[in-house]
Design a protein around this ligand. Sequence first.
Ligand code: TSX
Ligand code: MN
Length: 639
Amino acid sequence: MAKLLNIYSRGYVGARNKFQHILAVDRVAFRVCRRNLEGTAALSPKLQTFVEKNVALCQPEKVHICDGSEAENDKLISVMVKLGTLEPLPKYKNCWLALTDPRDVARVESRTYMSTDNKRDTVPAGSAAKNTLGNWISPDDLNKAVQERFPGCMKGRTMYVVPFSMGPIGSPLAKLGVELTDSPYVAASMRIMTRMGAPVLQAIQNGSDFVKCLHSVGRSTEPNNPWPCEPDRTIIAHKAATNEIISYGSGYGGNSLLGKKCLALRIGSTIAKREGWLAEHMLILGITNPKGVKKYIAAAFPSACGKTNLAMLTPSLPGYKVECVGDDIAWMKFDSQGRLRAINPENGFFGVAPGTSYSTNPNAMKTIFENTVFTNVAKTSDGGVYWEGMEPNPNVQVTDWRGQPWTPDCGRNAAHPNSRFCSPANQCPIIDPAWESPEGVPIDAILFGGRRPQGVPLIYESFDWKHGVFVGAAMRSEATAAAEHKGKVIMHDPFAMRPFFGYNFGNYLDHWLSLEKTPGRKMPKIFHVNWFRKSDQGKFLWPGFGENVRVLEWVLNRLDGNESMAEKTAIGYIPSDGAINLDGLDEPIDTKQLFSVPKDFWLNEVEQIGKYFDEQVGSDLPNTIAEQLHQLRDRVNSM
Ligand code: TSX
Ligand code: MN
């Protein structure tokens, strides 16, 4: 083909590191010559084709194959500092601040699609005009969208080839990906959030398959824009059948760090269904009791429930120890012994900054002030960062995330509510010794939860696996509604996966239900927790945070089969009187209100869940789940 020219190696940096290159690329389109990748493992044929095809499409000025080295990272950072994408935070070691275009601050669900031949493979058969459990785009329309956006979109910029592993490299549960991106912010962030660089390239060269990820921030009309993006043309699309992810127009983490929500959850859940495992939006923690017995728990919560805080809990009860395996995603598979084993596919924390403080999450605070990229937080005149809820109030000048002077009484937020830290997981002082274990940690309990100001007890335990799957399907949580109507509403968020299902939610439920059908498996017990119940006077009934270990203690007792500690109710088992240790709490606990199961509330809850299933899942709802709802209605009716 006449258009195929050669990439030739230029500026071979770092003779000591055989994987380090800067490749210059000819204008039009070209071929990556193995011969020109001096001293390295060549790109595998599949990877070479993938790079060539997309260089021809996007027409970057240069191609840089990332090796993950520190020298390379230094170079990425200096490029970004020069452009104004990052500024140094000299108060801390190797910390940086990125301020995005104010239009590019969050995931955009309305522009996020799964592309399957059949719409029904993505969207369940609910009756509602608008389905909130899956956003489908036809393969033709996706092709059209790609052709309208990507040709020439990287002109004048560098394409970074980012090889990464979700999960410890070589773990039987890990998956590889390669992200092509024109954003150095993405390349540097992927180095924190994933295992990135030369070893992954080597594994691919040795024949491992990878998920193909293509990302561009969009066509830049201003060559010196520190945060190019195209919010009006943003699209994030997934082709699960071919393990492809395509993202255009946004540099924001959830839209651009394609290993996380896109690969580890959307593509991951689809692969997991195919291969018989689970890719879930769950934290993983290890908890050791005063006798030294250790158990692992996975937990799924919607946003604003403090998932990262629970993952890094500082227990208030003496003798307990919590260790963190992960704060966001769990990949879980039953092993040959029938034990459910979980890995955290990530390598870092991409956490919401506001609300993080030494009182709410001291372990996060001890993690995030080294080797961290902050995004959209406020900065202080002494070269530090600031956000809402970071105590104490700053006694230095603050500049908000938009670059304006900020004071506590100015009526604006200092940090964007969705501002983030991006920090290496191994800096967490309570990171679990087994957090990188290739076989994963054994999971004994799964917690679902939500922010429920009324009606839902602090904790209840499901009767069995089927009931537990129903509890996950019926999850709801209080959320701040869209900007137009500011109020708080209780939103459905099944399994905390609503924005992350990679395939039809009805089939997802079938998959969960099928897991117990293989003989010899030790199924985890499933619980539902609610740290957020309020009294009639509007005060939280439970102190939460480190005191939540008292709830986890009850979970451990139930795992041990302690029957005297539980009482049967219409919705599940709740702690019997005195079964939750309340010793040493500052304030008395109104356990009567905290554990009550109000009949009128639950009758309404059953109605709401039924309506949701009809409107959003329809005939794709497994009969087993419909039966669970009927049984719950019967139990509540006979209260
Ligand atoms: O993360 C939270 N957790 C889990 C901690 C392991 N938060 C913060 C949620 C926002 C992300 C909580 N907020 C928790 C909780 O358990 N509980 C609450 C509600 C609450 C807030 C303050 C107090 C009590 C409860 N007490 C005082 O303010 C004194
Ligand atoms: Mn998440």
